[in-house]
Design a protein around this ligand. Structure first.
Ligand SMILES: [Zn+2]
Ligand SMILES: [Zn+2]
Length: 352
């Protein structure tokens, strides 16, 4: 199964419009879909249109109350600040911090917005406030793995503290440790966080050499951008998985797809190897979506295409991912394998 098109080669406006149409077909998934549509509009620099979508989602007259209004407000604030609405953005950020969300994502968005606009002390305060709210105070020394969604908070706080020239504290030590174990799990040689967040960047700000300064700023922006992208946008790069019974039914009904899927075993092995390849090449935010024959047929009908057309498969995967149906890959440490065998991932497709 091929992964969908990498985000950089997407026509963001067309993709946003496709997601908005899809939201019309699946109103129960509209929040996921419209948030991703807004992300595409932001990437296309159609920021006022993105604001309109955020407002639509949190409007009191929206057909479904949003599941995560605080995340939407945080995204709206970050977007507003990017096109000159600083005062409004700051007011929304204060509001988000005041509600002390139980979920990491809105904290990450507002802290990074402050950081991106050089409000380093406030960014530091926000990261710290978030970790105080979300991590038990003992977790820095207990050796336990902090929950995955808190990792960008640990990394962001580490980054800002390096920029501020602060000494390492227990959470910085934890950030270093988590960064190492994530790189190892993805099969990469880790570049230490202290090198990524090198305080040379701070010295470069006072440097005589404008090329140094530009290089440091570009590096910082690229890093901010990749975290933000991994968090919520444009969507997980998802690979399509058919359980054995569904695959049999699919190939019986549409034999033309047999070239794509020679056997179920090969199909499963290909999923794992595609994801590993993507991970090694540095693609963040990977996932697996599970297909069913009825949902695939309904999707083909909505696209006006035949289910036997294999070029439809990547688009089906993308649409499932955009509807929020992707399971993250790799599974959590000690978690079950994505293939549904009931074995631990490490003893199944996660093995060598
Ligand atoms: Zn460190
Ligand atoms: Zn497996």
């Amino acid at each position: 199964m091929r992964p969908d098109t990498p985000a950089d080669h997407v026509d963001h406006i067309a993709e946003a419009e496709r997601l908005e149409r899809t939201a019309g077909l699946y109103p129960e998934d509209a929040e996921h879909l419209l948030l991703q549509a807004a992300a595409h509009l932001e990437l296309a620099d159609a920021r006022d249109r993105a604001t309109t979508l955020y407002d639509r989602l949190i409007s009191p007259s929206a057909p479904h109350p949003p599941e995560n209004p605080t995340l939407i407000r945080a995204l709206k604030a970050a977007n507003l600040w990017e096109y000159g609405h600083e005062a409004e953005a700051r007011a929304i950020i204060e509001g988000v911090r005041g509600t002390a969300p139980a979920d990491a994502a809105p904290w990450v968005i507002v802290a990074e917005a402050l950081e991106a606009h050089d409000e380093l002390d406030q960014a530091h305060e926000t990261f710290t406030q978030a970790l105080t709210a979300l991590l038990p105070s003992t977790s820095a020394d207990a050796g336990a793995e902090p929950p995955y969604p808190t990792h960008p908070l640990l990394f962001g706080r580490h980054r800002v503290r390096r920029l501020l020239g602060a000494e390492h504290d227990a959470w910085d030590g934890l950030a270093d440790r988590v960064h190492r174990s994530r790189a190892a799990a993805a099969g990469r040689t880790p570049v230490p966080l202290d090198e990524l967040h090198d305080p040379k960047r701070v010295w470069a700000l006072g440097s005589e050499n404008p090329a140094d300064l530009r290089a440091e700023i570009a590096r910082l922006q690229a890093e901010l951008g990749s975290y933000r992208e991994a968090l919520s946008r444009p969507f997980p790069v998802a690979v399509l998985h058919w359980p054995a019974t569904e695959l049999t039914e699919l190939l019986t009904a549409y034999p033309s797809l047999s070239t794509e899927y020679p056997s179920h075993e090969t199909h499963l092995a290909t999923i794992e190897s595609s994801l590993r390849e993507l991970s090694t090449s540095g693609t963040p935010n990977l996932g697996i979506v599970t297909g069913t024959v009825p949902s695939y047929e309904a999707f083909a009908a909505s696209e006006g295409a035949s289910p036997g057309d294999s070029s439809l498969l990547p688009l089906y995967a993308t649409t499932l991912a955009a509807r929020g149906r992707a399971a993250g890959w790799p599974p959590e440490v000690g978690g079950g394998c994505w293939c549904g065998s009931g074995r631990a991932y490490g003893d199944c497709h996660g093995g060598e």
